[in-house]
Design a protein around this ligand. Structure first.
Ligand SMILES: Cc1cc2nc3c(=O)[nH]c(=O)nc-3n(C[C@H](O)[C@H](O)[C@H](O)COP(=O)(O)O)c2cc1C
Length: 219
């Protein structure tokens, strides 16, 4: 698969088969993502990857925390999304809830759909990504380069992912379970595994604006 094919085909997967990804494959994917560029090559992504019982323990603890305590992420989430971002956000939500057959007015259904995040959509592996708190916003850019590199490398290997900001809402749980040091802030997580095509959420497809909506070519 070439890079353009992977870029066009990759999508977020939110329902996984239980079988684990072989360790050599997981390692190869994370090793490929090490090629991501970063400012002065500082390589600031810090990642813990769970398998087996460690994934079960983590998702159980996250579900418990999400039902008993409010979100308290290390880095503030965006508040309001002005236009045109809010329209994109709503279209994304509509695509997902339509695939899951959850009506806009079904508050319980939407809550259950949100809670699937904390189950990591039944993925056999979870990756938690943190960054040294002393680094500024450009380190987040580096993490973004790493994230897309990882997701494309995974897709090429037949392994599916969903990047999840939702996994950052209860960092104290992650610190306790995964020995993440206090001087690192948790930024996001990923669910990783083999896609279960029978899960309705995996019928979700998102669109993109035309390139001219985002890019001006000058000269
Ligand atoms: C940094 C980041 C955080 C995300 N957090 C979540 C999340 O918490 N839950 C979720 O279901 N999807 C999450 N997503 C997936 C996006 O919703 C998805 O990438 C977007 O809708 C585009 O769809 P696609 O990935 O299928 O192309 C996240 C994506 C990124 C890049």
């Amino acid at each position: 698969m070439n890079v353009l094919d992977a870029l066009r085909a990759r999508r977020s997967v939110r329902g996984f088969r239980s079988e684990p990804v072989p360790h050599e494959t997981l390692r190869a994917i994370f090793a490929a993502a090490q090629c991501a560029p970063s400012w002065c090559n500082i390589q600031p992504w810090r990642v813990v990857v769970t398998s087996g019982e460690a994934t079960q323990r983590l998702t159980r603890a996250l579900c418990e925390a999400a039902t008993t305590s409010p979100p308290s992420p290390d880095f503030a989430w965006p508040g309001e999304f002005p236009e045109p971002y809010n329209t994109h956000r709503r279209e994304c939500g509509r695509a997902l809830y339509t695939a899951m057959n959850v009506a806009r007015t079904d508050a319980q259904g939407r809550h259950r759909a949100w809670m699937r995040n904390y189950e990591a959509f039944d993925a056999p592996h979870v990756a938690i990504v943190s960054v040294d708190r002393r680094l500024g916003p450009y380190a987040f850019l580096d993490l973004g380069c790493w994230l897309q590199s990882l997701m494309l490398a995974a897709w090429e290997q037949g392994v599916a992912c969903c990047a999840q900001a939702s996994l950052s809402t209860h960092p104290s749980v992650l610190r306790a379970a995964l020995a993440i040091p206090d001087d690192e802030g948790v930024v996001f997580g990923l669910a990783i595994g083999f896609e279960d095509a029978a899960v309705p959420a995996n019928a979700c497809r998102t669109g993109r604006a035309d390139v001219d909506a985002n890019v001006r070519f000058v000269g």
